[in-house]
Ligand binder design. Structure first.
Ligand code: GRF
Length: 230
C-alpha cells in the first residue's frame, strides 16, 4: 500500500507573500509636468481614480508658483515639486534639477501636460520614447507655440477641422511619433475660446488613453510611425 499523497502544507506565515497594506501589483509610476491650469493633469487623476488608467502619479512638477495644477495635485495627496526658473542660476541648472527630480521619482513615463518649457536633450535622452506631450492641434499643423496659440492659428488659417495630438517627445519640437489624435469641427462663429474648449474636451479623453496604451506596452514604433497593438 502506497503512502497517502502528501498535500503540501502552507502555514499562514509562509503564505503571507506580502505585508498588509502593500499590494503585490504596483501600477507604473509616472511624472506629470504642468505649468498652469492643470486640467489635463486632472483628467489623468480622474482616470486613475476611476480605474480607467493603471498608473500612479509619483510626482507633479511645475515651474510656476501658484499654478492651479499644483493645487489639483495637492488636493489628491500627490507629491509636488516646484521648480521655477528663477530658483536656479541658469536654464541648464534648472534642467539638471528637473532631470534629477525625474530620476529620483523613478518614473517609467513622463507626461508633459501643459508644460511651457522645452526639455533639454539630456532629459529627452534619459527617457527615450518615455516622454509624451499633448499639443492642441492636429500635428504637424500648427506645431510649436503654447496654448492658445495653436488654436488661434488654426482658427485664423480657416481650417474646418482642428484637434489635438499626443506624441512622443524627441529633440525636435512637436515632431515625435504620433500616438493618438482626435479631431473636432471648427464651427462658424467659433472664437479661440470656444474652439479651445471643444479641443480640450478631446484632450481629456485622449491623454489618459495614450498614457494607458504606452504603459501597457501596446505602442510599437516603426521609425516615426506608431502602431497600436491589441
Ligand atoms: C492644453 O491645451 C495642452 O494641449 C497644451 O497646453 C494646454 C494645457 O492645459 N499643451 P491644462 O493646463 O492641462 O488645462
Amino acid at each position: 500500500m502506497s503512502a497517502p499523497e502528501s498535500t503540501p502544507s502552507v502555514s499562514p506565515e509562509s503564505s503571507t507573500v506580502h505585508k498588509a497594506g502593500q499590494p503585490l501589483y504596483q501600477p507604473p509610476r509616472i511624472a506629470v509636468l504642468a505649468s498652469g491650469r492643470g486640467s489635463n493633469l486632472q483628467a489623468l487623476i480622474d482616470a486613475i481614480e476611476s480605474d480607467q488608467l493603471s498608473a500612479q502619479i509619483a510626482v507633479v512638477i511645475s515651474n510656476h508658483a501658484g499654478a492651479p495644477a499644483l493645487d489639483r495635485a495637492a488636493a489628491h495627496g500627490l507629491p509636488t515639486r516646484l521648480m521655477p526658473r528663477n530658483a536656479y542660476p541658469s536654464r541648464e541648472a534648472q534642467q539638471a534639477a528637473l532631470l534629477a527630480a525625474l530620476q529620483e521619482a523613478q518614473v517609467s513615463l513622463v507626461v508633459l501636460a501643459g508644460f511651457d518649457r522645452i526639455l533639454d536633450s539630456s532629459i529627452v535622452c534619459a527617457f527615450p520614447h518615455r516622454i509624451v506631450n499633448i499639443h492642441p492641434s492636429l500635428l504637424p499643423a500648427f506645431a510649436g507655440g503654447m496654448a492658445p496659440r495653436p488654436q488661434a492659428d488654426a482658427l485664423a488659417y480657416g481650417v474646418k477641422i482642428a484637434g489635438c495630438t499626443v506624441h512622443l517627445v524627441t529633440e525636435e519640437i512637436d515632431a515625435g511619433p504620433i500616438i493618438a489624435q482626435a479631431s473636432v469641427p471648427v464651427e462658424e462663429g467659433d472664437t479661440v475660446e470656444t474652439l479651445s474648449a471643444r479641443i480640450l474636451e478631446q484632450e481629456h479623453r485622449l491623454l489618459p488613453l495614450a498614457v494607458s496604451l504606452l504603459l501597457a506596452g501596446k505602442v510599437q514604433l516603426d521609425g516615426r510611425r506608431a502602431y497600436i497593438r491589441p
